[in-house]
Design a protein around this ligand. Structure first.
Ligand code: FMN
Length: 344
């Protein structure tokens, strides 16, 4: 089915295709019986897929990665494709438009995307308002991915993360501190030991003051060196946050086959070219930390076999974004079936 409509979507500008698909899905979902139909086609439900990770119960280990539903608009619709969890955001305290368009590019020859969206979002309060009025979560775990506004200097970044943490606290099941997007100038400098300790320590203190603290995870870039990854292990262990999401998009263009013109577009690469590097990062973190904390594996998962590789490397859960665009919504069920087959 997706094979039939994919050429139509792929003939559109990628950002327009995204809005056409999500908007169309929303309209379709309003038709009586449509949601049940989607669920019956796409969802795979089996107790052997259930996972308990950082104290939360997931109906299956396959999640929708951050960036797809930045403003918490499509949770009920996307849930019908069988995701065990959906991560909204990245949200920032104030709404911001993001970078000028075009800012998303398809590298068809590489089964990849380049994006430099720049945290376009309606702000943490709008997302919180939507989550508050969600009618049906369908047992899907919701993550809140939080970041800083472009105009906030790095020295004050911690305040932006605090703002988003408070705004979303009542409505999400876990948090993700995003310091790894390549599209907000200077953001990735916050992955350095001192500023990162400050942000995570502060959030974790606030979290522990709550009657029911929520898991806080850190999302990292695939471009970190081993010594930076060693620091990450130390920081996660010291701050006692719940885990790591590995990885965000890469700034590397190594081994890509697309035209020079496309490859010269600024932004982060996602999809197939990221598969091996993100798996390497997961394996390194898992081994170095002696599996001291859970890892959510993301980056270039386009098949059930790709997902198994991430789980074998040490991931407890996995997420998809670009694979979902290239392979279609059947990917979630395919991964679930593969996990069952492999007994993972
Ligand atoms: C268009 C686009 C927008 C994204 N926006 C975000 C974002 O706002 N926050 C974030 O943490 N990651 C964002 N990501 C990164 C994804 O969540 C994911 O980490 C990355 O794309 C690697 O996974 P994939 O190869 O399955 O796409 C975005 C990715 C894409 C393609």
């Amino acid at each position: 089915m997706y094979k039939l409509v994919k050429p139509i979507f792929f003939s559109m500008n990628p950002e327009k295709a995204h809005h056409t698909v999500t908007g169309g899905l929303k309209t379709f979902s309003k038709i009586w019986g449509a949601k049940a139909l989607l669920r019956s086609i796409y969802s795979v439900s089996d107790p052997r897929l259930e996972r308990e990770v950082f104290g939360l119960k997931f109906k299956n280990p396959v999640g929708l990665a951050a960036g797809f539903d930045k403003n918490a608009e499509y949770i009920e619709d996307m849930a019908k494709f069988g995701f065990g969890f959906i991560e909204i955001g990245t949200v920032t305290p104030k709404p911001q438009p993001g970078n000028d368009k075009p800012r998303m590019f398809r590298l068809v020859n590489d089964e990849a995307l380049i994006n430099r969206m720049g945290f376009n979002n309606q702000g943490a309060d709008v997302a919180a308002g939507r989550l508050k009025h969600l009618k049906d979560r369908e047992g899907v775990i919701i993550g809140g991915n939080i970041g800083k506004n472009k105009i906030t200097p790095n020295e004050e970044a911690v305040n932006d993360y605090i703002y988003c943490f408070h705004a979303l606290y009542d409505y999400v099941d876990y948090f993700v501190v995003n310091v790894s997007s390549p599209n907000t100038p200077g953001l990735r400098d916050l992955q350095e030991k001192e500023p990162l300790m400050r942000i995570l320590d502060t959030l974790q203190q606030l979290n522990l003051e709550k009657p029911k603290p929520k898991p806080i995870l850190l999302k990292i870039a695939p471009d970190l060196t081993n010594s930076q990854l060693d620091d990450i292990v130390e920081i996660v262990t010291e701050t006692k946050i719940a885990g790591v999401i590995a990885t965000n998009t890469t700034i590397s263009r190594e081994g890509l086959r697309s035209s020079k013109e496309l490859l010269s577009e600024a932004g982060g690469v996602s999809g197939k070219p990221l598969t091996n590097r993100s798996t390497e990062v997961i394996r390194y973190l898992s081994q170095k930390s002696n599996q001291a904390f859970p890892i959510i594996g993301v980056g270039g998962i386009h098949s059930g076999a790709d997902a198994i590789e991430k789980l074998n490397a040490g991931a407890s859960l996995i997420q998809v974004y670009t694979g979902f665009i290239y392979e279609g919504p059947g990917l979630v069920g395919e991964i679930c079936k593969h996990i069952l087959q492999e007994g993972k």
